[in-house]
Ligand binder design. Structure first.
Ligand code: KG4
Ligand code: ZN
Length: 338
């Protein structure tokens, strides 16, 4: 099966998913195993770092063994060991990194450290086999909101980022205020379909003219204040309307800035990545805006949007192809810049 093709084993553990995957030639997924801790953290309404680390420790060896078994390869067949080394929760990252180092050292294979955001973007190379850089990327997840100009597989320029909450974080916090549960993004996505996005006018924060940065905390606080004042006045909260209006406010800004960046940089492709990229309203709005401008839009299927190791394996493959490997000294970097 291998027939001279590069086999990558990849591990991802930066937040609350323990994941391992095996890929052939960087873009063909042979296995993609994800042990989610969502249920464990649900009772706390968010990820508890120490608990996440312990669960990674419990799960990681089983997940890697399952990925190898499902792909029907042994460590002898593996050419590259890829792993997320940042950004993320330091304890969580360390578990994946130590495991990847152990596998690489024991089998004598090269280790390749991957930036988590580079991984998210690379999920699109798996989903869309024909996709090649350059393109404009919107990385939008629980930890990040970035507009990135991707010039080559290993080269990119960050044009904009959030100055406070990440978009997914704002979704999760608003969902909590509305009593919807955790993680809030998918729940808001669902309930907003029954709501009126024009019911409440929340702030759209564009920042200085020409800025591609984001700020969502004002909009989030606007929702909080609205809910509190309605409650104090004894009025009923229409959760679907508030959810739809909040979502519309932040997506109006996200879509305008991303499409604006693509036009300004003369890019004819926009690529979305990260957990929030599976949001149905975002996809709908982005599709309409891109069609209007003659821009092609790409995004991965939901399983490749949220954290997974297949995306990390793809990014590791392209780093390795460019001659980049890491030593066993590689450390976890919680605030790794792109
Ligand atoms: O990429 P991801 O799994 O983890 C990070 O790297 O942060 O993203 C998780 C985030 C959570 O905030 C979750 O609420 C959000 O993605 N999310 C969504 C949707 N699905 C996941 N947000 C809005 N709509 C969705 N359908
Ligand atoms: Zn992520």
């Amino acid at each position: 099966m291998k027939q001279g093709k590069q086999v990558t084993l990849a591990i991802e553990s930066s937040c609350d998913e323990t994941a391992a995957a095996v890929l052939l030639e960087g873009r063909q997924v042979l296995s993609n195993i994800i042990a989610s801790q969502i249920k464990v953290h649900q009772v706390f309404g968010g990820v508890v770092p120490e608990i996440a680390s312990r669960h990674h420790l419990d799960n990681v060896n089983r997940v890697v063994a399952e990925a190898l078994e499902q792909a029907d390869v042994s460590m002898k067949d593996v050419d590259i060991v890829g792993v997320t080394y940042g950004p993320g929760l330091v304890g969580a990252l360390l578990i994946g990194l130590a495991t990847a180092k152990a596998y690489a050292l024991a089998a004598g294979k090269p280790l390749v450290g991957v930036h988590h955001i580079q991984g998210h973007i690379s999920a699109n190379y798996i989903e869309h086999q024909e996709l090649e850089p350059p393109f404009m990327a919107l990385v939008i997840s629980g930890g990040h909101t970035n507009i990135v100009q991707v010039t080559d597989y290993n080269q990119c320029e960050v044009l904009g980022q959030t100055r406070d909450d990440a978009a997914g974080e704002a979704y999760d916090k608003v969902a909590r205020v509305l009593g919807l549960g955790y993680p809030g993004g998918p729940l808001i996505d669902k309930i907003a379909k029954q709501g009126n996005p024009k019911a409440v006018s929340f702030k759209r924060v564009f920042l200085e003219k020409g800025s591609l940065d984001f700020s969502f905390s004002g909009t989030k606080t606007g929702v909080l204040n609205y809910v509190n004042s309605e409650k104090q006045a004894g009025r009923e909260i229409h959760v679907s309307d508030v959810a739809a209006s909040f979502q519309q406010a932040i997506l109006d800004v996200i879509v305008a800035k991303t499409v604006g960046a693509a036009i300004e940089r003369k890019q004819d492709k926009i690529v979305m990545a990260g957990g929030v990229a599976s949001n149905s309203r975002l996809r709908e709005m982005m599709k309409a805006a891109c069609e209007k401008q003659g821009i092609r839009l790409y995004y991965p299927s939901p399983i490749l949007c949220t954290d997974n190791a297949a995306m990390i394996g793809c990014a590791a493959y392209y780093k390795y192809k460019a001659g980049c490997t890491d030593s066993l000294e590689l450390d976890a970097v919680p605030h790794l810049p792109l």
